[in-house]
Design a protein around this ligand. Structure first.
Ligand code: MG
Ligand code: ZN
Length: 218
């Protein structure tokens, strides 16, 4: 058995569990977001901004994926939302089975939106379906214009692109229009938001989009 065959079998197994997760989310009317980025793009900070903005308006739960530590889960828990930390012990992506196990610790029936913050990594998380309704990829303005071209699978598989740390633009040589064009060249249907967790710019727009996705419970 060659390596490619083994990898395909792992992905097929993952896809089967992801289907089970997706069925559970649909049955429980939970809109699930797989939040993806390289390390340090501001996924947890964005979550904090969204939790602050939507306090009392939307029942949100969070699954945190990290290689080590539960630091991000501790940050999120301060907002009083249910949160489960998955520690991968070196694993560089979340798999559907890890999410399935975490779900047993969350009050799905009362949850409207579930965020799954994936391990910071622009490579393999793109290939692992977790059962989410939407993949949201975050890139910060400090990462350069070329990332969509270097990591096309991540941008091709995502529905939403959030360009974060927009407040830093005056200090950077980044050409924002080039970054956007590169992302849209890879995936013309990407919806793009621009945000700052320092000035709160763009957070309202992201929250309005989220509120528009919520299907049922109130
Ligand atoms: Mg984080
Ligand atoms: Zn990986």
């Amino acid at each position: 058995m060659n390596v490619v065959t083994i990898e395909r079998k792992i992905l097929e197994k993952n896809d089967e569990v992801a289907r089970q997760n997706r069925a559970l989310f649909e049955k429980s009317h939970v809109f699930t977001i797989n939040l993806l980025s390289s390390p340090g793009s501001g996924k947890t900070s964005l979550l904090e901004c969204v939790l602050e903005e939507l306090k009392g308006r939307l029942n949100i739960a969070v699954i945190e994926g990290d290689v080590h530590t539960d630091l991000d889960a501790q940050r999120v828990a301060r907002y009083g939302v249910p949160v489960v930390q998955i520690v991968t012990h070196g694993g560089c992506h979340l798999e559907a089975k890890l999410v399935q196990d975490a779900l047993t610790h969350l009050p799905l029936q009362e949850t409207q939106v579930l965020f799954i913050e994936n391990v910071g990594n622009l490579v393999c998380p793109a290939n692992y379906d977790l059962g989410e309704a939407r993949k949201v990829v975050v890139i910060s303005t400090t990462e350069g214009e070329d990332k969509p071209l270097k990591y096309p699978a991540m941008f091709r598989n995502s529905h939403i692109l959030i360009i974060n740390k927009i407040d830093l633009l005056p200090h950077l040589s980044l050409r924002l229009e080039d970054l956007k064009r590169n992302a849209l060249d890879v995936n013309p249907s990407l919806r793009v938001f621009e945000t700052s967790c320092v000035t709160n710019e763009g957070i309202r727009e992201v929250c309005d989009w989220l509120l528009g996705q919520d299907s049922s419970k109130s």
